[in-house]
Design a protein around this ligand. Sequence first.
Ligand code: PA5
Ligand code: NI
Length: 198
Amino acid sequence: MNIPYTFDLAPSTWIPSRYDNHIIRKLSSMKGQYYDTQAFDRLLAQSDPLLYEVYELSRPSVAGELLHGISIIHPGKVGNEYYMTKGHFHAVLDTAELYYCLGGNGMMVMETPEGDWAVEGFTAGKTLYIPPRWAHRSVNVGDLDLALLFIYPGHAGHDYGTIERQGFRKLVLDEGGEARVVDNPRWVHLEQIKSLLL
Ligand code: PA5
Ligand code: NI
């Protein structure tokens, strides 16, 4: 119904008191996203752990609306790469997103189609503004759930394909108990390849 509403966030679990969709992402839906493919295959052979969940409140997918919800990335690693979201560009590239960290310890890995990159840290209370054109992936670098409130324009949509093909330019790895941002050896700059072919 088109009337104002509120919702509460349960402390510690951060599950909203109302939501319309509960999306769960398990390891099996992240094929090709982790750089250590052997660690990925080994883990998947044992079990199919739940990496993250999204609680969405549904609103019409139109400009003027604000889509919002909570994403919860669980703690864990595939090899030495932390649990993370798939990551995406918005299908309408010129749309921004706002994130507010409710709890946990994380990083947002971001990049533009031109190959610029940025990484920002998340602790409880940190707010992150992602300008239009920046792909984004949330990474849990802590031992607790990373809980994030997100808000973005109704017409933004998701482009997962670009990241599935080229990966992110930067990886976040556990190196001796410290989260380190390193180059992704398999990153390819699709925009550059396209411009060479034209
Ligand atoms: O719109 C967003 O950026 C978030 O709602 C994400 O969709 C959420 O964090 C899950 O990530 P992804 O959509 O990359 O799987
Ligand atoms: Ni987004």
